[in-house]
Design a protein around this ligand. Structure first.
Ligand code: FO1
Length: 324
């Protein structure tokens, strides 16, 4: 496909949904014009290994290695190591594939040797043939902590995988946030961006941790460029995962409108699904449009990414107007 933009684009993403949009963009935007900034609030230590699920989901998706059924992990991977753990009486609750383990071994060794997460991610992605920069939101550990009614305080993966996101959420915190900083690479990408996109990731679990890195919100707000989010809520439902359940628990109506309201001044553009076209989301500070936003195939991803970029390009032709 030919490149339809020479704009420099930054896209902020979490796991599976965000990785699909990043993949769509990577198909149509050259590597020097697209940077993917990834949530690391889901990262955790497990059996002595540093697991960075969203970084790996984006990496495996962009390299074509991803398991198409789950949207995470390596396609066709085996779990012989997990089965061997059972011999020792372990009851593994987090499915680590044998090939996936190689990623965690290299990353953990590098981190223990003092390399930054940004640096080792660059080495891993390059080795898999990915040319587009994939950056962790911060090099610091900044785990998302979930307060629940039934199980008390849980780390993200305990809530998401071990408890299958069933506990009722009352509050979400980001541990160590006060010590986290933006990397030079993230700052440069944000400062040079002509367009900032927010993937169709869970705003509370995947995008909020990125916004919680000190300095991130202010840098975004300081950029007088299109800042456009894609709704993960379609037809009043989450495309995947706990977004709808979580919204209800946190007191929001489950709708694309509530997602736009949650982002507030952080965004000035919003894309939501055609089947929600009855919702009036645009206002004087927010342009909005509907598109077919459900991505089934690789081609769907590129088509949606192209449609988003084409829509944003119409903004310049229509500088005066508010809502499109
Ligand atoms: N999700 C699950 O629901 N169960 C798992 O056992 C699991 C293992 C796993 C291993 C590596 C990896 O990169 C992702 C994995 N995920 C698993 C997905 C992951 O928990 C979520 O995609 C994100 O953290 C939420 O965005």
């Amino acid at each position: 496909m030919t490149h339809i933009t020479d704009q420099r684009i930054v896209v902020l993403v979490g796991g599976v949904g965000g990785a699909k949009l990043a993949h769509g963009l990577a198909q149509i935007v050259p590597p020097e014009h697209l940077t993917v900034i990834v949530n690391t609030g889901d990262d955790f230590w497990h059996y002595g290994l540093r697991i960075c699920t969203d970084l790996d989901t984006v990496m495996y998706t962009l390299s074509g290695l991803v398991d198409p059924a789950n949207g995470w992990g390596v396609g066709g991977d085996t779990v012989l190591t997990l089965e061997a753990l059972r011999r020792f009486g372990e009851q593994p609750w987090f499915r680590l594939g044998d090939q996936d383990l190689a990623t965690h071994l290299i990353r953990t060794e590098a981190l223990r040797a003092g390399e930054s997460l940004t640096s080792v991610t660059r080495r891993l992605t390059s080795a898999l043939g990915i040319l587009h920069p994939i950056l962790p939101m911060t090099d610091a550990e900044m785990p998302t902590i979930i307060e629940t009614v039934e199980q008390g305080t849980l780390e993200f993966q305990e809530y998401f995988v071990k408890q299958r996101w069933q506990p009722t959420v009352t509050r979400i915190d980001y541990a160590n946030a006060e010590r986290a900083t933006l990397s030079a690479e993230v700052i440069a990408a944000l400062d040079q961006a002509d367009l900032i996109l927010f993937g169709p990731s869970n705003p509370w679990l995947s995008i909020a941790p990125i916004l919680a890195v000190p300095g991130m919100r202010d840098r975004l707000l300081a950029r007088d460029v299109p800042r456009v989010a894609l709704s993960p809520i379609v037809g009043g439902q989450a495309l995947k995962g706990p977004a709808a359940k979580l919204m209800a628990e946190l007191g929001y109506t489950v709708s694309a409108s509530a997602v736009a309201e949650y982002y507030g001044a952080i965004i000035n553009g919003f894309v939501y699904d055609d089947r929600d076209r009855h919702l009036n989301i645009a206002h004087e500070a927010l342009r909005a449009t509907t598109l077919n936003s459900v991505m089934h195939t690789d081609a769907d991803r590129a088509t949606l990414a192209a449609a988003m970029l084409t829509w944003v390009q119409t903004w310049n032709a229509d500088k005066v107007g508010g809502a499109v």
